[in-house]
Design a protein around this ligand. Structure first.
Ligand SMILES: Cc1ncc(C[n+]2csc(CCOP(=O)(O)OP(=O)(O)O)c2C)c(N)n1
Ligand SMILES: [Mg+2]
Length: 556
């Protein structure tokens, strides 16, 4: 037993759970915690200047490290500010312990300023939400919270910490962390059936999902594709890297256009979905993206995704890496020479249309518009692709401007890429800070739209404060171009209301400099290559604002 205050116990327990950064934005209700932070030098406090940025940084940290992250935000309005970022974290399954200070129990009943029950606010977007009512319960609550967050399907949890609980002194048994080993693989019988089923396919496709990146299973997925002669698509939602783009079997990303996806899948006779979301789409279409006759095999640790929207012939709740590791020897042993020859033939036939071929075409298309001013976003993406150091990590949220980025920048290692998964803007700027802290030594390049950048710009101050090696590239088309495009295509209207960021124009260079980030603006396409290389070489945070075309006559 140890005699501790609630506030010290809270931090001790975070450290015991392996947390080394506490992302936070403090208010009065968090002061007890702030008071004792200096007593725990193992825990680095990272200040974010808005709660959405705080949770966005924790999200980036969790995604890039696959470790538990911790974030502490202010009471009711602070938690409210964090909800968009919490939605993103839930979507990408980030294991985060989110906490907020709460008014003292009883005092809250008097309805002071800054009071509202917190648990019901957080609840819809977390795996577990609880308010601690006695300091004695902190060990149980904290250990359970960490266990729940980290056990697949991983995700954020929320704990409300009333002032009197943080103040209370108690004899505490601190306990220890529990880690659930959830690296499950299917039974031997199921694996044998799976091997037979896979080898019976005449023309299988693989849908490669982010669980392959999270569980470091690129090599296993590559061998499966080779053994089966299967074409491999990146999943429709860019959570993280999914499969090495330069492998000859890689056919690039499926879009979120139902008709196009259906056409891409139509030629195949089996879809093997590995740790992916089965064809998650964005906007409505009456067309089902899955061809009706295409049977599906789906392996995922996220049971909710299995059979969710589509009948699935074989649905396996399992770890993709463990499953493939057990499956591959069976396939190697059972594949006969005829099947091997057919697989090799199929692989060779992908050459004219695989990712590498697509990259070649995307390069040519980008070079064709190399001279245009305002800069064509395709040319900007090419210049970014060329300037990226090999070990760079791309964090991407540039909507229309980055459409061609996945075709130009290969996914090489599982930590090379993090995208806006949920659609909720505001991830990339703070997410890059979290990724930089999680992956020391790797340069981070955040490619962000002008509109998107303004949902989390305060993150630049944290990047500057911590001198993080992040290059922010802002594709500034002075508009919400994607909404204009959709108004035209979906509503047949060109009356753009609330989609221009022009009067006044936003000066991202001045904005960045005001937060301590060196910045420059590029207008001439010829200046792009040296500017990007220079920024990525610098080390500290840098911002390059690139004036790109808005696609509608630039402000007509
Ligand atoms: C939190 C949040 N608010 C609003 C939106 C709606 N929205 C989707 S895309 C977009 C515009 C993005 O602008 P920008 O980053 O400049 O990219 P562009 O469309 O110009 O390529 C908006 C406002 C959203 N997805 N998430
Ligand atoms: Mg824009």
């Amino acid at each position: 037993m140890t005699r501790l205050t609630g506030r010290s116990a809270f931090l001790r327990l975070l450290i015991d759970e392996g947390v080394d950064h506490l992302f936070g934005n403090p208010g009065t209700t968090e002061l007890p915690i702030m008071e004792v932070i200096p007593d725990f030098p193992q825990l680095k406090f990272v200040l974010g200047l808005h709660e959405s940025v705080v949770v966005g940084m924790a999200d980036g940290y969790a995604r890039a490290s696959n470790r538990l992250a911790a974030a502490n935000v202010h009471v009711a309005p602070g938690l409210g500010n964090a909800m968009g970022a919490l939605y993103n974290a839930r979507f990408s399954g980030s294991p985060i312990i989110l906490t907020a200070g709460q008014q003292e129990q009883g005092h809250g009943l008097l309805e002071p300023l800054l009071y509202a029950p917190l648990v019901p606010v957080a609840q819809p977007f977390v795996k577990w939400a609880v308010e601690v009512t006695r300091a004695e319960d902190l060990p149980l609550v904290m250990h359970r919270a960490a266990k729940v967050a980290l056990t697949p399907p991983t995700g954020p949890v929320f704990i409300s910490l009333p002032g009197d609980v943080l103040e209370q002194e108690a004899e505490l048994e601190l306990g220890a962390a529990t880690r659930v080993d959830a690296r499950m693989r299917p039974s031997d019988a199921t694996l044998a059936m799976l091997a037979r089923r896979l080898l019976a396919a005449k023309n299988p496709a693989i849908l490669a999902g982010h669980e392959l990146g999270v569980h470091d299973a690129f090599a296993e997925a590559v061998e499966l594709a080779e053994l089966l002669g299967a074409g491999v698509f990146h999943q429709t939602v860019p959570y993280a890297a999914q499969f090495p783009s330069e492998h000859p079997a890689c056919l690039g990303a499926l879009t979120r256009n139902q008709k196009a996806v259906r056409a891409a899948l139509e030629p195949f006779d089996l879809l093997v979905c590995l740790g992916a979301d089965l064809l998650r789409m964005s906007v409505y279409s009456p067309v089902d993206p899955l061809p009706p006759a295409l049977p599906v095999i789906h392996v995922s640790e996220r049971d909710w995704e299995l059979g969710k929207n589509h009948p699935t012939e074989v649905a396996l709740q399992a770890n993709v890496k463990e499953t493939l590791a057990a499956l591959l020897p069976l396939l190697r042993a059972q594949r006969n020479p005829v099947a091997a020859a057919q697989a090799a033939q199929r692989l060779a036939a992908f050459a004219p249309r695989n990712w590498s071929a697509q990259q070649g075409r995307a390069r040519i298309a980008a070079l064709e518009v190399a001279e245009e001013t305002p800069i064509d976003p395709r040319f900007l993406m090419l210049r970014i692709a060329e300037a990226l150091p090999r070990e760079a990590v791309v964090v991407e949220e540039a909507l229309t401007s980055s459409l061609t980025l996945p075709a130009l920048v290969p996914q090489r290692d599982p930590k090379s890429y993090y995208g806006l998964a949920s659609g909720g803007l505001g991830f990339a700027l703070p997410g890059a800070v979290g990724a930089a802290l999680a992956l020391p030594g790797r340069p981070i390049v955040a490619v962000v739209g002008d509109g998107s950048a303004l949902y989390g710009f305060q993150a630049l101050w944290t990047a500057a404060h911590l001198k993080l090696p992040i290059t922010y590239v802002i594709a500034n088309n002075r508009s919400y171009r994607i909404l204009k495009e959709r108004l035209v295509s979906m509503r047949k209207s060109e009356r753009f209301v609330g989609m221009d960021l022009r009067d006044p124009e936003i000066d991202f260079v001045a904005l960045a400099r005001s937060m301590g980030v060196a910045a420059r603006r590029i207008v001439d396409p010829q200046d792009l290559a040296p500017a990007l290389r220079e920024a990525m070489r610098q080390g500290g945070p840098q911002l390059v604002e690139v004036m790109v075309a808005d696609g509608f006559g630039d402000g007509r």
